[in-house]
Design a protein around this ligand. Structure first.
Ligand code: UDP
Length: 318
């Protein structure tokens, strides 16, 4: 009998990492999740505890890791990922993108495993091309406060391609655009947890700047489907995964207030430094090469997300 593939997921207790673990297990993989828990949370994987096809190791992926036995896939998802997190953890953000990616690639190479890097739309910085195709090289401020994340991920892409070219490693790079869904950390400062928790508590909704900056929001199940398809593919170039439905942050705030049936009012707060003015994925490559496109309408995804946060609120965890 053919044994099940073994996948290692760094950042496995995070928002995206934990959803990826669920999907891999559903596909019959055995999963080893690594996380140092600085922004991850074991609550995201507690439903997997006790399964014999799942293991969790509290480990910092910037440190050397010895894993016995075969590994077929390494998914490198560990990183602080919200602007507040990487402002508070600048060195850790740089280290996990640089040293952590090097270690994760080393593990994949030692095991002859396929490697998938979670990269980001932040590699495009404050983009001068709109929407952003993978061929756009970006407009990043290397020394600004967001530079720690943007440049770490750009380095991560560079070293991933170097391992592919120099060592023939089978590598993939997904550039993840704004994604939302259950298991986002309530206080990670990102717009979805911030607005939903404010709306549920009938507190003011904090729109940064004039709110005319745009984002495009992808539901987590769509994102994971894209990543699954990419992992199965022979693609080595970066692939954008995100939902092209673009809106202003102000429109988004109004939608959240309406869906939460909230009495919150909108207030304006200063715009963070280097906050991108626009962001929308060009997903032609994902459509053509992976046959992927997003399926979940924003309202459906938001209803599931709001239900998750409402449950946290009811349990006193919000
Ligand atoms: N934002 C906001 N209020 C908040 C949090 C975020 O207006 O309480 C804005 C932020 O300035 C940005 C957008 O929402 O323009 C998305 O921010 P997020 O932190 O989710 O991630 P980003 O897309 O900037 O990486």
């Amino acid at each position: 009998m053919k044994s099940s593939p073994v996948s290692v997921v760094t950042g496995g207790a995070g928002f995206l990492g934990s959803h990826l673990c669920d999907r891999l297990l559903a596909e019959g993989h055995r999963v080893i999740a690594l996380d140092n828990l600085i922004t991850g949370n074991v609550a995201n994987i507690e439903h997997l505890a006790g399964r014999d096809d799942f293991r969790f190791l509290k480990h910092d992926v910037t440190e050397y890791l010895f894993l016995p036995g075969p590994v077929d896939f390494v998914f490198h998802f560990a990183s602080p990922a919200s602007p507040i997190d990487y402002l508070e953890l600048p060195i850790q953000t740089l280290k996990v993108g640089a040293l952590g990616t090097h270690k994760a690639l080393g593990l994949a190479r030692a095991k002859g495993a396929r490697f998938l890097l979670a990269s980001t739309s932040e590699v495009y910085g404050d983009p001068l091309v709109h929407p952003q195709p993978e061929t756009y090289w970006g407009n990043v401020n290397p020394i600004g406060p967001r530079g720690v994340y943007d440049e770490a991920k750009r380095f991560a892409e560079a070293i991933t391609m170097a391992y592919h070219r120099a060592h023939g490693l089978d590598t993939k790079i997904v550039r993840i655009f704004n994604t939302y869904g259950p298991r986002m950390r309530p206080r990670d400062g990102r717009v979805v947890p911030a607005f939903v928790s404010q709306a549920l508590r009938n507190e003011p909704i904090t729109v940064f700047g004039d709110g005319l900056q745009t984002r495009s929001f992808c539901f987590v199940s769509d994102l994971i489907e894209g990543i699954w398809r990419l992992a199965q593919s022979d693609e080595h170039e970066p692939v954008n995964i995100g939902n092209p439905a673009e809106m202003t942050v102000l429109q988004f705030a109004e939608k959240i207030v309406a869906l939460c049936e909230s009495r919150s009012v909108i207030v304006h707060r200063p715009l963070p430094v280097d906050d991108p003015k626009v962001r929308q994925p060009d997903i032609r490559r994902a459509r053509e090469r992976l046959g992927w496109s997003p399926r979940v309408p924003l309202e459906d995804g938001l209803r599931q997300t709001i239900a998750y946060f409402r449950n946290l609120l009811d349990r006193g965890l919000l």
